[in-house]
Write a protein that binds this ligand. Structure first.
Ligand code: SF4
Length: 383
């Protein structure tokens, strides 16, 4: 029996997996060339062995059991009470794995996310065995999800994907970014729209929930129209369970930032990106996709709903923002980026409004570069 209490975790997970146990089955990204991405820059992709991964699952189980023991010893009867959680979080002698598992338990302990960027690189046999093992050691787990590249999915047959679903894989998160072949080529995504459609349809046919990520703004000013029209075309062809917006932010040190420097890429304004979202939603047709805007970079977090029934409401939300005066839109952006508000209704609050007017004056007085520099600095903190 492996009594290790430590296991490996990678750097990122989707926002919706904040309460999941992160289990690393491969390290870094096998592609690592997308122009906008710096997550795994300079880090080499590698596969982990089945033994290593199973030993990590065992370690997570050992930590889970240790936490229950700690709770019993402190008179909390095995439950993760607020007191037990705070003892774990405050004890510097415990490895990080205790904090990870404690947060996971606090979130219900029912969801697992397989890291890093493309777990579907593993053979179907190996991935199935990992999924079975996770469910064997944690029988309460209801959802196991992972990232996958569109091109890799095209290499899996529907039968293989069905096997993965039966082994416990419930959802795949795929960075589609755009449906335009011109944009995909420009950002060096290494995949074409036909691959995205083929791979996406296979996932849907296998009964695995598919979540596609789209980046408003990734076509730049030049390919903005092409980006939205083609993205809607591809989503319409796949009918994924979810589509998530993750508005563009050009990170320092990426190839895209270099293109901006050289004048080869002009990022659209915040308002143009909101209009792009509007056009994509408007063009979605014949799908039952749920749209989610849960990334902090999205200006309008409240654009959420299921097609077709929620389309008018989502479009009305966007129109409400776009019909505001230039001054109000700027104040709204300031409030959203500064954390003072989350929705258009929050903006209607007179107190919020007057504090934003004050904040604006203060930023213009005190921040070199004014509002644009302030917004840039805030976004940089988010990513
Ligand atoms: S495939 Fe994903 S993780 Fe890899 S470089 Fe592209 S965006 Fe980054």
């Amino acid at each position: 029996m492996d009594l290790s209490l430590d296991f490996e975790q990678g750097p990122i997970r989707p926002p919706s997996e904040a309460g999941s146990l992160l289990l690393r089955v491969t390290r870094n990204c096998p592609w690592n060339r997308c122009a906008f991405c710096s997550t795994y820059r300079g880090r080499k992709f590698s596969r982990r062995s089945l033994e290593e991964i199973k030993s990590d699952v065992d370690a997570a189980r050992n930590v889970w059991d240790s936490i229950i023991e700690m709770s019993r010893a402190s008179g909390s009867g095995g439950a993760l009470t607020r007191q037990v959680l705070s003892e774990i979080l405050r004890d510097p002698s415990l490895p990080d794995s205790f904090r990870s598992v404690a947060y996971w338990m606090a979130s219900g302990g029912r969801t697992v996310f397989l890291q890093d960027a493309n777990s579907l690189m593993l053979s179907t046999d190996m991935l199935s065995e990992i999924l079975h093992y996770v469910r064997q050691r944690f029988p309460q787990v209801e959802r196991i999800t992972s990232y996958a590249r569109g091109l890799t999915l095209k290499g899996k047959s529907v039968d293989e994907l069905i096997r993965l679903k039966e082994a416990g894989l419930t959802r795949l998160h795929v960075g589609m970014e755009s449906g335009s072949d011109k944009v995909l080529e420009f950002i060096q995504k290494g995949v074409r729209s036909e691959h995205l459609i083929e791979g996406g349809r296979r996932v849907v046919a296998a009964g695995i929930s598919l979540c596609l990520y789209v980046i408003p703004g990734i076509g730049g000013v030049d390919l903005s129209h092409e980006h939205v029209v083609e993205t809607a075309r591809v989503v319409n062809a796949i009918n994924p369970a979810h589509m998530r917006f993750r508005t563009l932010y050009v990170r320092r040190g990426t190839a895209l930032a270099e293109m901006v420097q050289k004048g080869q890429f002009v990022p659209p304004s915040e308002d143009v990106m909101v209009r792009e979202i509007r056009t994509i939603i408007e063009l979605l047709d014949g799908v039952t996709t749920t749209i989610v805007s849960d990334h902090i970079l999205n200006l309008l977090e409240e654009i959420e709903g299921t097609l077709p029934q929620d389309k008018p409401r989502m479009l009305a939300t966007i129109d409400r923002y776009l019909s505001m005066s230039d001054e109000d839109r700027l104040l709204f952006q300031l409030g959203r980026r500064g954390g003072a508000l989350r929705s258009l209704d929050d903006f209607a609050d007179r107190e919020v409004m007057s504090s934003l007017i004050e904040a604006r004056k203060q930023i213009e007085r005190e921040v070199p570069g004014g509002i644009p520099e302030y917004m840039e600095a805030v976004k940089r903190r988010f990513v």
